[in-house]
Design a protein around this ligand. Structure first.
Ligand SMILES: NC(=O)c1ccc[n+]([C@@H]2O[C@H](COP(=O)([O-])OP(=O)(O)OC[C@H]3O[C@@H](n4cnc5c(N)ncnc54)[C@H](OP(=O)(O)O)[C@@H]3O)[C@@H](O)[C@H]2O)c1
Length: 288
C-alpha cells in the first residue's frame, strides 16, 4: 500500500507543483483545499476548509505525512493549526512540512507566523520548516498585488520597494524541496531557507520580464500604503491588510528577504531556478 501524503493548500502556488511531484514519487496524494482540483492518477482531491473543523478528520484519515499551507487572509490561525496538528499526532502522521517564510525563525514568538512554527516544532511529529523568500510566481499567478494583470494590461509592475533587493525563489523549487522532505528520511527537525540564486530589485525584475515578454515593462513605486490598498481591493479583511503591510515593511522593504542561500541545492542536488528562466517559460502571461 502506498503511503498517503495530505497536501493542504494543494491548489496554491506551491501546492499545485507539489501534488504531481509526490504522485511521481509513487505516494498517494490527498490534495486538499476549499475548491479541490479534479482527480488524477494517484491524486485524491478532497474538500478541506480551515474554518470548518469537521473537515479535518477525513483529510487526516490514513495520512502518513502532511504539507501545511496556512489559510490566506487570516492573521492568526493558531487555533486551526493547533487543532489540526493535535488530530494529526493522534492519527499517526509521521512527518509535517510547514510552509513558513524567510526570517520567521528570527521573529518575536508573539508574531503569529512564528507561533505557527513553534506549534509545528512542538507538535510531537518530526517537522521541517520551509522558509522561502518572496515567490517569483507572485508576478504571474494569483496574488493580492495583481502584478501579472498590471504588467499585461499596462506594462507596469506596481509594488513598493524601489532599490531594495529580494532573492526571489520559484515555487517549483519550494515544491521540489517539500516533496523530498515529505517522503525521505533525515529532514525532521530541520529548517530550510529557500531562495533563488540572486538578489534582485524590482527594477531588475521589470527589466527581465520586459526582455522575456518582448515589450516594455517598468517598475512603479506607489509607497507602502499601496500594499494595504491592494489587499483590501482583493477582499482581505482590514486587520490582515494592516498586518501584511507591516510584514511587507519588515521583510521586503528592509531588505531582510535579500540573502541568497544554498538550501535548495543542498536538498535537491541542483541549483535553484533563476529569474530569467522563470520569466522565459512564463512570458506569455505578460503579453496582451
Ligand atoms: N507569496 C509569497 O511571496 C510568499 C513568500 C514566503 C512565504 N509565503 C507563504 O506561503 C503561504 C501561502 O502562500 P500564498 O499566499 O502565495 O497562497 P497560495 O499557496 O498560492 O494559495 C493558498 C492555498 O491555500 C488554500 N486555502 C486558502 N484558504 C483556505 C482555507 N480557509 N481552507 C483551506 N484551504 C485554504 C487555497 O485554496 P482554496 O482557495 O481552494 O481553498 C490555496 O490552495 C503563506 O503562508 C505565506 O506566508 C508566501
Amino acid at each position: 500500500v502506498n503511503p498517503t501524503v495530505l497536501v493542504i493548500g494543494a491548489t496554491g502556488k506551491t501546492g499545485r507543483h507539489l501534488v504531481p511531484r509526490l504522485a511521481r514519487r509513487g505516494v498517494t496524494v490527498r490534495s486538499a483545499s476549499r475548491h479541490p482540483a479534479p482527480a488524477e492518477a494517484g491524486v485524491e482531491p478532497l474538500r478541506f476548509d480551515w474554518d470548518d473543523f469537521s473537515t479535518y478528520a477525513a483529510a487526516l484519515n490514513g495520512a502518513r505525512a502532511l504539507y501545511l499551507v496556512t489559510p490566506t487572509y487570516v492573521v492568526d490561525p493558531t487555533k486551526q493549526v493547533e487543532t489540526l496538528l493535535g488530530e494529526a499526532a493522534e492519527a499517526g502522521v509521521e512527518r509535517v512540512v510547514l510552509l513558513s517564510a524567510l526570517g520567521v525563525d528570527q521573529a518575536d514568538p508573539g508574531l503569529p507566523a512564528r507561533r505557527i512554527e513553534i506549534l509545528a516544532e512542538s507538535s510531537g511529529i518530526p517537522a521541517t520548516m520551509l522558509r522561502p523568500a518572496a515567490f517569483m510566481e507572485n508576478f504571474s499567478e494569483r496574488h493580492w498585488a495583481g502584478s501579472g494583470g498590471s504588467i499585461r494590461t499596462h506594462g507596469e509592475l506596481r509594488l513598493p520597494g524601489a532599490g531594495t533587493q529580494a532573492s526571489y525563489v520559484s515555487t517549483r523549487d519550494i515544491a521540489a524541496v517539500a516533496a523530498i522532505a515529505l517522503t525521505e528520511d533525515g529532514h525532521g527537525g530541520k529548517g530550510y531557507t529557500l531562495t533563488g540564486p540572486e538578489a534582485l530589485t524590482l527594477a531588475d525584475v521589470a527589466r527581465i520580464i520586459s526582455v522575456a515578454a518582448g515589450r516594455p515593462v517598468r517598475h512603479v513605486d506607489g509607497g507602502v500604503e499601496t500594499v494595504h490598498d491592494a489587499l483590501v481591493a482583493d477582499g482581505a479583511p482590514e486587520d490582515f491588510a494592516a498586518y501584511m503591510t507591516e510584514l511587507y515593511r519588515m521583510t521586503l522593504l528592509s531588505g531582510a528577504m535579500s540573502p541568497v542561500t544554498f538550501d535548495v541545492t543542498a536538498v535537491t542536488g541542483r541549483p535553484p531556478i533563476n529569474f530569467s528562466a522563470y520569466a522565459t517559460v512564463t512570458a506569455d502571461t505578460w503579453r496582451p
